[in-house]
Design a protein around this ligand. Structure first.
Ligand code: 5AD
Ligand code: SF4
Length: 439
């Protein structure tokens, strides 16, 4: 064995990409690579890309442009593009940026080690949708210690076909991983120091993986099985579709101690006319009723969401309906985006809203969300909440962790170590974090 080769991975987009990047780094470990924090010293650069909005996709090309000098200095440098842009654009990427050696779509990551070996001599592209469990083939070899939180992909792809969204095309049809593999991976993570697992899926609450009994298990059933994993303290999941919130999952929010009181449940718009054009298959009213049922099961749950403003043909009245829905729900956090037309999606054929109008709506919506977010966070002052400590803070003796509700919490706690769960009394609220003392 010679010197280890150096791998630099840059990850864009969603948490699933973060998870995939970890798996790819582990797989390339088998080819003699160790991960480094800067592209300058790398022997291989891998961009794990996102195609969800135009801006995200264009970033890839500007980033690649920046590596031109490096490639000129070091002709052996291998440059790879992975993720959803790779899936959507395939060979087009090499046509636009000939210095790219390797293009690999999310369904082909298990082939990455052999692709890397071939990449020195030829351009390699793989954007197939094979019938294999890539994660089974991407199993991690080293049992290295890990931080206290981890992502675990349980479901991938989407069959919903919202009219604006590229995910069904880039990530493919809905596939759920079998229960026993997820439990094995979870136990392994816990052995390596993980205390909190976030189950990932583009449509995670539509999970229907094969259980050991041969039945298809719901997400709630999977959560109850994870609840029994000793040493695992917290379970979260993201992202969910309102139409897949089953009764058993709602009930789990009230009954499962390890399931955290935070739910990301995107609605996108509060106008039924727009929801219909978005092909969401639910109404504003049905979403509000659903939130009521979830809050009946777990009154303190913090609801988070996603919104798109300026969807084709959205009027001021449609936008007001979205603002009214936000008022009615009172979100603890939310992400909002200006509509971006994505090639190949049905909405991209429809007339766009005036760009300035869309900008203006986005600003108004974000102001409302920011206010609600701040109110929710301020409302934590005086309460005692669970905190999982993740790292030391900047001040001596200070530790930082996440509350059950996913707020960052700073605590003066010199005797607490990373990975410990403690009750904390919240004393004050700053714009993006809370501070408190050990209870
Ligand atoms: N334009 C703007 N936002 C989008 N999203 C998905 N597709 C688009 C698009 N074409 C947003 C949705 C989704 C989140 C992940 O990204 O709000 O929930
Ligand atoms: Fe982006 Fe969607 Fe791909 Fe995640 S799955 S990287 S959000 S396009």
């Amino acid at each position: 064995m010679g010197e280890p080769k150096k791998l630099y991975i840059k990850t864009y987009g969603c948490q699933m990409n973060v998870y995939d990047s970890e798996r790819m780094a582990e797989a390339l470990g088998g080819n003699g690579y160790i991960e480094v924090g800067s592209p300058d010293e790398a022997d291989m650069i891998l961009l794990n890309t996102c195609h969800i909005r135009e801006k995200a996709a264009e970033k890839v090309y500007s980033e690649l442009g920046r590596f031109k000098g490096l490639k000129a200095e070091k002709p052996d440098l291998k440059i790879g593009v992975a993720g959803c842009v790779a899936q959507a654009e395939g060979a087009e990427i090499i046509a636009r940026q000939p210095m790219v050696d390797l293009v690999v779509g999310p369904q082909s990551y298990h082939r990455l080690p052999e692709m890397e070996r071939a990449a020195g001599t030829a351009k390699v592209i793989d954007t197939d949708f094979p019938e294999e469990d890539k994660f089974e083939k991407l199993k991690s070899r080293p049992k290295a210690r890990r931080g206290p939180t981890a992502f675990l992909t349980v479901q991938e792809g989407c069959d919903k076909f919202c009219a604006f969204c590229v995910v069904p095309y880039t990530r493919g049809a809905e596939v759920s991983r079998p229960v026993d593999r997820i439990l094995t991976e979870a136990r392994d993570l816990v052995e390596r120091g993980v205390r909190e697992i976030t189950l990932l899926g583009q449509n995670v609450n539509a999970y229907h993986g094969a259980g050991p009994d041969g039945d298809a298990w719901s997400l709630a059933r999977l959560i109850w099985a994870l609840d029994k994993v000793d040493g695992l303290e917290r379970i979260r999941f993201t992202t969910s579709h309102p139409n897949d919130m089953g009764e058993d999952l709602i009930a789990a929010h009230g009954e499962c101690r390890k399931l955290m009181p935070y739910l990301h449940l995107p609605v996108q718009s509060g106008s039924d006319r727009i929801l219909k054009r978005m092909n969401r298959r639910h109404t504003a009213e049905s979403y509000l009723r659903l939130i009521e049922r979830i809050r009946a099961a777990r009154p303190d749950i913090l609801i988070s969401g996603d919104f798109i403003v300026g969807f084709p043909e959205e009027t001021e009245a449609d936008f007001q309906a979205t603002m009214d829905l936000i008022d009615a729900v009172h979100y603890g956090s939310a992400f909002s985006f200006k509509y971006s037309a994505r090639p190949g999606t049905p909405a991209a054929e429809r007339p766009m809203v005036d760009a300035d109008e869309a900008d203006d709506r986005l600003q108004r919506l974000q102001a409302l969300i920011t206010r609600q977010q701040r109110e929710t966070q301020d409302g934590m002052v005086g309460r005692t909440v669970g905190v999982l400590f993740e790292k030391p803070g900047r001040l001596p003796g200070q530790m930082v962790g996440k509350s059950d509700y996913l707020h960052s919490v700073f605590v003066d706690a010199p005797d607490v170590s990373v990975g410990e769960m403690r009750q904390v009394r919240i004393a004050s609220s700053a714009p993006n974090s809370l501070a408190g003392t050990l209870a």
